[in-house]
Design a protein around this ligand. Structure first.
Ligand code: ADP
Ligand code: MG
Length: 693
């Protein structure tokens, strides 16, 4: 059986819709091991077409190309890849070395695609490179070699898998005469060792050293001539190789593939070759990750800060319960129904009992409070004293401008006072903002001097006329002091009224039936009990915690609007980054078209090509993620320092999982962006890729 037998081979190139070009016509040829065949013929006669068909780069033909008796037309795509990898060694006119790989890696690439062990690869490659006189060049890059050296590397690459057939398409076309003879000498030697070497050449001189010359003209064989010494050589070799033929079948052979680690290495080499470009992409992605991480950290930082403030203003031994109103301005949020309150307390006590708490809520530890939501329209008239006249009547009337009216929580004490003291009967307290809004310069102008008329028509309250010895009411209340409402809320105008004082006003007005407390306080025995009750309350609908918690909640809502805006920005920048990666990878496929052709010619499967490109996009994702995390940390720390010096606090909290999310997003968008270019690369036609300039 002949090593290579071609029967009735016809090749058509499709040009447009219906027209075809008949590139090869009825080729019948048979080749044996040990032959050094020169294919000669004018340019455009079909020599390369013929080589590509034999090499399995193009399987669109009619007729038979039998290798060891097996028609390669019947091979599946996978088997054809295996055929190129194991049976064929390609040598090209333009060397087609992969520029970003070292000489050693260029030679071993076919073994890498077969997942051969590193040590074995190096051993095999150095052996062959030594034989070709290249042992000094192993670590160099292709650009550092001369033409002749490059072609010797290409031959080494073709030989590495010990193929049976070497196909060389004008291997000396780009070389001077001296190096040409060197290369021919090597090819002759390879043939003498028992391989079939088929070489395309233009040169008569080159053809003259071969054992057989086949001449092609317009796609037809016009001459097939053996040289004298041919028979002698081939006969010997024929005997030698007879035994090997049986196990040389391509089918049913165990197939080995490019490993993930090798793909990473290959991608890494390539990325390193264009490191500036890759770093710039990573930088672009990183910027969007930074905005994402900072956005998240800012959101959680503010939340932490506010809930921290709320915590610092509540007492761990008090549970505050308020009713949540859907519309705080309209809905009645008081505990109007005594039964509801009793049931709530009973529920809490039941939970405490079931969970082995000793504490029970009862009249001895429950106190009441209210907030402005109890009133539908409260009017406050501020009366300045003699020295602080504001209009001709000596009154400074401000109506409905106070947004927050609260009863003083039972856990507030003198430590919160900025000026004056806590309020009692016939007294109220202002927050700093109220003083400012009224136009007073100092607290001293206010404390103990300013009188206020509280006017709540819905409850018949007007303090001006409310004087009663029995109820201890002396008319308009004075300002007992200025209270510090936390840093965050200091710009909020809040008026604190003692709960007992308010109830005595209500009593005077005879409106007890229309008024109900809007919040209750339970003084517990321990922080643990407080936390337990708070947890239970948060599982119930319609109740919320302390006033401070409600304020914090309101802030959080404002912040979440802000965070959403930031999230949209981060989202858009991530989309831009994705498109950027896609474009760069797509360009990289175009740039590396020839390299992809080379890889295919040495047996890389579609899957391998896809894997190399996907790995690269994965690596870009990892790199971007790491750069993004690093920048986020740096920017975050700078922001913290700047904000601290300006605001006195920095609402930025990193959570460790933000970094994982950012890394994950980075990898996901990179891999997604890489899918399309990788698929395009895998689909490239090897013959066209190799022709690509
Ligand atoms: P050679 O290598 O002998 O110079 P080729 O085998 O490259 O010639 O080309 C043989 C003929 O087939 C030429 O006329 C060429 O224009 C044509 N040809 C080669 N490739 C294609 C293709 N992909 N589509 C159409 N025609 C092609
Ligand atoms: Mg050609």
């Amino acid at each position: 059986m002949a090593e290579l037998e071609i029967k009735g081979l016809n090749k058509y190139y499709r040009l447009g819709n219906k027209t075809k070009f008949h590139a090869l016509t009825d080729i019948n040829l048979s080749f044996e091991k040990g032959e050094l065949v020169s294919i000669v013929g004018e340019s455009g006669s079909g020599k390369s077409t013929f080589m590509n068909l034999i090499g399995g780069l193009d399987s669109d033909f009619e007729g038979e190309i039998k290798v060891n008796g097996e028609n390669i037309k019947n091979l599946t795509d996978k088997e054809l890849d295996e055929y190129r990898k194991k049976k064929i060694g390609f040598v090209f006119q333009s060397f087609n070395l992969i520029p970003h790989l070292s000489i050693l890696d260029n030679v071993t690439i076919a073994l890498t695609l077969s997942n051969v062990k590193e040590s074995e690869k190096v051993k095999k490659a150095t052996e062959i490179l030594k034989r070709l006189g290249l042992e000094q060049q192993i670590k160099k890059k292709p650009t550092q070699l001369s033409g002749g050296q490059k072609q010797r590397v290409a031959i080494a690459r073709a030989l590495i898998n010990d193929p049976e057939i070497i196909l060389a398409d004008e291997p000396t076309g780009a070389l001077d005469s001296e190096t040409t003879s060197q290369i021919l000498e090597i090819l002759k030697e390879i043939a003498d060792e028992g391989k079939l070497v088929i070489m395309v050449t233009h040169s008569e001189k080159v053809a003259s050293i071969s054992s057989r010359v086949v001449e092609v003209s317009d796609g037809k064989i016009i001459k097939d001539e053996y040289k004298s010494d041919y028979n002698k050589i081939t006969k010997e070799i024929k005997e030698d190789n007879k035994k090997e033929e049986d196990d040389a079948k391509i089918k049913h052979k165990k197939k080995t593939n490019l490993s993930f680690i090798s793909a990473v290495k290959l991608s890494f080499h390539n990325m390193w070759a264009s490191k500036v470009k890759n770093f710039l992409i990573a930088f672009g992605v990183a910027i969007s990750l930074v905005s994402l991480i900072l956005m998240l950290s800012f959101g959680s930082g503010l939340t932490d800060y506010i809930s921290g403030l709320a915590d610092s203003y509540t007492n761990p031994l008090y549970v505050s319960i308020s009713k949540v109103a859907k519309n705080p301005l309209k809905d009645n949020t008081g505990f109007n129904d005594p039964e509801e309150l009793d049931n709530l307390i009973a529920d809490i006590n039941k939970q405490l009992e079931e969970n082995d708490f000793e504490f029970r809520a009862d009249e001895s530890n429950i106190t009441y409070g209210f907030n402005k939501m109890t009133f539908t329209s409260a009017q406050f008239t501020f009366k300045a004293d003699e020295d602080n006249k504001y209009d001709e009547n000596g009154e400074n009337v401000v109506t409905n401008f106070i947004y927050f009216v609260y009863s003083t929580p039972p856990y507030y004490d003198e430590t919160k006072m900025i000026a004056g003291s806590m309020s009692g009967q016939n007294e109220i307290m202002f927050s700093k903002a109220v003083v400012r809004m009224l136009g007073y310069d100092t607290y001293d102008d206010v404390v103990g001097k300013v009188k206020v008329t509280i006017n709540i028509p819905s409850l018949n309250i007007n303090t001006e006329n409310m004087i009663s010895e029995e109820l201890n009411l002396t008319g308009n209340p004075t300002i007992s002091g200025i209270i510090d409402v936390s840093v965050m809320f200091e710009n909020f105008p809040v008026i604190y009224v003692d709960y007992d004082y308010l109830t005595s006003l209500i009593k005077f007005a005879g409106k007890e039936a229309d008024f109900a407390p809007s919040s209750i306080y339970i003084k517990t025995d321990s922080e643990k009990t407080t936390n337990f009750i708070n947890n239970y309350l948060s599982s119930l609908e319609g109740y919320s915690g302390s006033v401070e918690e409600q304020m914090a909640g309101m802030f959080n809502e404002m912040i979440s609007t802000f965070s959403t805006a930031l999230a949209v920005i981060a989202g858009i920048s991530l989309i831009v980054a994705t498109i950027m990666i896609l474009v760069v990878l797509y360009m990289s496929v175009t740039e590396r078209t020839r390299e992809i052709g080379v890889l295919k010619s040495i047996g890389a499967r579609r899957k391998d090509i896809k894997r190399i490109f996907s790995t690269e996009s994965f690596l870009i994702g990892v790199l971007s993620g790491i750069v993004g995390i690093a920048f986020s940390l740096i920017c975050g720390l700078i922001l913290i320092i700047v904000l601290k010096s300006i605001l006195g606090f920095a609402p930025i909290s990193f959570r460790w999982w933000y970094f994982f999310v950012a890394l994950g997003i980075s990898i996901v968008i990179s891999v997604l962006a890489g899918l399309f270019p990788a698929a395009k690369a895998a689909k490239l036609d090897p013959v066209e890729s190799l022709r690509h300039e």
